[in-house]
Design a protein around this ligand. Structure first.
Ligand code: SF4
Ligand code: FES
Length: 380
C-alpha cells in the first residue's frame, strides 16, 4: 500500500497511433499526439482550433478508434471517440487511417456535412484553402443520397468587412469562440436550434470590433470571407509572402497574398493545420482589422520572404523555394553539345526562301516548294 502511495505517475505517457509509438506529456489529446506523428495518420479537424479555448467536439471529423484503453485497463473503447477531446492514457493504442470503422465514419461525416453545404466551390472565395473541400476530396462520395432541398437563410449583413454565406456554415463555433475570447463584446452567435441553427447577429448589427476580422481566418469553410478580397482572384494565383509592420494594435506579422505588385489580401500567419501561429512572445498572432483590411499597399509592409506553404492544399502549388533543375543529359546521350541555333533552310527543303507565300495563289503545297508549280500559276 505504502508503495502504491509513493508511486509517481509516469513523466510521459506512451501512446501508439497507427503502429507509431511516441511519448507525450499527460493531458495531451489524441489529436495533438497524432499531429506529432504527422502525415495521413493525423485526423482531420474542422472545429478544434488550438488557440481557442473550448473548441472541438462539434464536427466529429476527428473520430478515431481506441483499440486499447491503457496499460492498466486494456479494454478497447466501444465507440469511436473524438480525438480532439480525448486525452491519451499511458499505453493507449489508437487506430486512425488503419481502421476501417474510422474511414467509414469519416465518409459519413463528410456526407452529413455536405447535406446542406452548397457545392459552389467554383465561385467560393475559400476554394483552394477550404478544409471541407479537402476533406470531401479525400473522403467524399461522387453523389449525394439527400433528396430534399438544402437549407436557405435570410441574408445578414455583417458590415463592410465580413461577408456571411450562412448556407456554407458547418456550425463549428470557431467564430463564436473567437469573438468571445478576442473581443470585449460578442455581437454574433448561433441562433435557433437543429436544422434552423444559424450564425447571425439577431438584431442586424455589423461586426466592428478591431479584432473581429480574425473570424475569417478561423472559419474552416467559405461562410465568413473577406469583403475586400471577394471575387478579386483565385487563391492559387496569388503569391503568399510573409511581411510585418510596426502596428500599435496587434503583432503586425501577416501574410500578404499578392498578384504581381498588387496586395489582394492580408491574413494572419498560419501553420500546416491552418491555425494561426504564435507570435514571438508565445501569444497567438491574431491581427487587427487595420492590418487586415486597410493596408493593401506593399509600401505599408516590410517583406520577410515567401511564406512556407506546408498545407496539404492547392495553395501549395507553384510555390517553389529552391529551384532544383533536373540533370541535363543531352550531351551524354548525343556525345556532343546540342546545336541550338541552326538555319532551318539548310536542314529543311520545305521552307524554300525563294518561295514568297504571299504570292501563291491558293494553299502552299509540296508542288510549289518543289517548283513543279510556278508562283502565280493558276490552278488546273
Ligand atoms: S461561420 Fe464559419 S467559423 Fe462560424 S460557425 Fe460557421 S463554419 Fe464555423
Ligand atoms: S475536430 Fe474533433 S469534433 Fe471537430
Amino acid at each position: 500500500m505504502a508503495d502504491e502511495i509513493k508511486q509517481q505517475p509516469p513523466a510521459n505517457f506512451k501512446v501508439t497511433i497507427d503502429n507509431v509509438t511516441l511519448e507525450v506529456p499527460p493531458g495531451t489529446t489524441i489529436l495533438q499526439a497524432a499531429r506529432l506523428v504527422g502525415g495521413d495518420v493525423t485526423p482531420p479537424a474542422m472545429c478544434f482550433y488550438t488557440p481557442l479555448k473550448g473548441s472541438g467536439g462539434k464536427c466529429r471529423t476527428c473520430l478515431v478508434e481506441v483499440s486499447k484503453g491503457s496499460e492498466k485497463d486494456p479494454r478497447p473503447m466501444p465507440k469511436l471517440v473524438a480525438s480532439c477531446r480525448t486525452t491519451v492514457m499511458d499505453g493507449m493504442e489508437v487506430k486512425s487511417i488503419t481502421s476501417e470503422r474510422v474511414i467509414a465514419a469519416r465518409n459519413s461525416v463528410v456526407e452529413f456535412l455536405l447535406i446542406n453545404h452548397p457545392l459552389d466551390c467554383p465561385i467560393c472565395d475559400q476554394a483552394g484553402e477550404c478544409d471541407l473541400q479537402d476533406l470531401s476530396y479525400e473522403h467524399g462520395k461522387e453523389g449525394s443520397r439527400y433528396e430534399f432541398k438544402k437549407r436557405v437563410f435570410k441574408k445578414h449583413n455583417l458590415g463592410k468587412y465580413i461577408q456571411l454565406h450562412m448556407t456554407r456554415c458547418i456550425l463549428c463555433y470557431r467564430c463564436v469562440f473567437t469573438a468571445d475570447q478576442l473581443t470585449n463584446k460578442r455581437q454574433h452567435g448561433i441562433l435557433d436550434r437543429g436544422d434552423h441553427a444559424e450564425i447571425a447577429t439577431y438584431i442586424e448589427k455589423s461586426l466592428d470590433n478591431e479584432f473581429i476580422g480574425n473570424v475569417i481566418d478561423v472559419c474552416p469553410v467559405g461562410a465568413l470571407t473577406d469583403k475586400t478580397f471577394r471575387f478579386k482572384n483565385r487563391v492559387w494565383f496569388t503569391k503568399p509572402v510573409d511581411a510585418h509592420r510596426d502596428c500599435p494594435t496587434c503583432c503586425g506579422k501577416v501574410t500578404l497574398w499578392a498578384r504581381g505588385p498588387e496586395v489582394l489580401r492580408v491574413t494572419a500567419r498560419k501553420d500546416q493545420w491552418g491555425e494561426i501561429l504564435p507570435d514571438d512572445d508565445g501569444k497567438t498572432g491574431w491581427i487587427c482589422n487595420e492590418c487586415r483590411f486597410e493596408k493593401k499597399d506593399v509600401k505599408d509592409w516590410i517583406i520577410d520572404g515567401p511564406m512556407k506553404v506546408a498545407r496539404h492544399s492547392v495553395i501549395g502549388a507553384n510555390h517553389y523555394e529552391v529551384l532544383d533543375t533536373p540533370k541535363e543529359t543531352i550531351d551524354e546521350v548525343m556525345g556532343r553539345a546540342p546545336k541550338l541555333l541552326m538555319d532551318i533552310h539548310s536542314v529543311s527543303e520545305v521552307n524554300d526562301p525563294n518561295v514568297d507565300l504571299s504570292k501563291i495563289d491558293g494553299p502552299a503545297t509540296g508542288a510549289v516548294f518543289n517548283h513543279k508549280k510556278m508562283i502565280g500559276e493558276k490552278k488546273d
